[in-house]
Design a protein around this ligand. Structure first.
Ligand code: SAH
Length: 347
């Protein structure tokens, strides 16, 4: 099947004019519908016969919302998207004063093996195409039509490791910032990685103004290896050096993500080691307490210890804040909704 949302307007026009002999204004109309996440049946200004032909070979909506959970606490919404082959991924929409941030998935499952993360429990199923990542944004954006704001910001913090699906993710960045499309500035897009060093450098060399987040979670290589196996290939010093390089090349300040796990990475010694690792760098540390995932048995750090950890970092001159926890009542953490869905115990 050909996913039409994988294409830019130019590519769609080339494809439709050569394969279906349509005029370019028709391609443009179809492109408009695709950007509103409207399926062939809803493309009312396109002839029925063309739509029937397209249905044979093409997919219009590459990610379809099949379930929505809304937090009673803060209005955060969690979506389950179904892809054309029946796989499902999830996304979260958070409302802030400055706009609406959508967290999207880049892979079905994940093969990074982080000990605390629900997304990786079943391993990697497959990569998402650029249009399947974009499709999540388009579907949620379409839901928001008529409301005050659409999706204004995107974080690639859903299931999957974006830098393990490099080419499709870069293509997604091109599609989402396309002036003829939904035209979201890459300054409003963040890509989060567990630290695949060569691809951080490759992305840096592309000079895109996308924000980079490194999920560090422990400054000590031996301890980090136990919770994040990627450390065996890329030690923390190399990951942090790649972040420095990213800042040099793009001018974008890197964010360090630090999830506190009870008794594992939340002591004074960890704060001290983290501060010395990041010394002299233009970074900000986002601290959160682990969102417990029942299968892992790990616990989040208490509020008191979290506040102390922030104070230590402040004392060591490291800019750090606590990231607001949202959607606590709707299984906000990565991959949890998909897991429940696959286990079949949520209907
Ligand atoms: N693979 C990418 C992006 C997806 S994970 C990465 O590693 O950055 C998005 C963020 O959620 C990462 O910082 C990840 O470490 C964190 N995370 C995963 N499971 C979590 C949990 N149960 N509680 C808190 N943070 C979690």
């Amino acid at each position: 099947m050909i996913l039409l949302q994988d294409m830019t307007l130019q590519q769609l026009t080339d494809y439709l004019t050569s394969e279906y002999q349509v005029r370019s204004f028709v391609a443009k109309q179809i492109y408009g519908w695709l950007n509103k996440s409207v399926d062939f049946d809803g493309m009312t200004d396109i002839s029925k016969s063309l739509r029937e032909q397209l249905k044979q070979n093409c997919v219009a909506v590459s990610a379809r919302i099949v379930r929505t959970l809304t937090s009673q606490l803060d209005g955060t919404q969690k979506f389950l998207f179904r892809l054309h082959d029946g796989n499902v991924v999830e996304g979260v929409l958070m409302n802030y004063k400055y706009g609406n941030t959508l967290c999207v998935s880049s892979q079905v499952g994940c093969r990074m093996g982080c000990a605390f993360c629900a997304s990786t429990l079943g391993g990697l199923v497959r990569n998402l195409s650029a249009g399947e990542i974009l499709g999540q944004v388009l579907a949620v954006n379409a839901l928001q039509q008529g409301k005050e704001r659409h999706v204004t910001n995107i974080v690639m913090m859903g299931s999957g490791e974006p830098l393990d699906n490099f080419d499709n993710v870069v293509r997604f960045l091109q599609l989402v910032s396309c002036p003829e499309g939904i035209n979201i500035s890459l300054r409003n897009v963040s890509l989060s990685t567990c630290g695949i060093v060569p691809n951080i450098r490759k992305l840096a060399d592309m000079g895109l103004p996308v924000n980079l987040t490194l999920s560090l979670h422990n400054p000590d290589n031996e301890q980090r290896k136990a919770i994040m196996p990627v450390t065996k290939a890329y030690p923390v010093e190399e990951a942090v050096a790649a972040c420095r390089y990213y800042f040099e090349r793009t001018g974008r300040r890197v964010i360090i993500e630090y999830t506190l796990i009870d008794g594992q990475n939340d002591t004074y010694a960890h704060a001290l080691q983290l501060a010395s690792l990041l010394r002299g760098m233009s970074v900000h540390v986002n601290v959160i307490s682990l969102n417990p995932v029942k299968e892992t048995g790990l616990k989040g750090t208490s509020e008191r210890t979290l506040q102390k950890f922030l104070q230590y970092l402040d004392k060591f001159g490291i800019s750090a804040t606590r990231r607001r926890t949202m959607g606590q009542d709707i299984e906000g953490a990565c991959g949890q909704l998909r897991r429940r869905y696959l286990e079949g115990d949520d209907d």
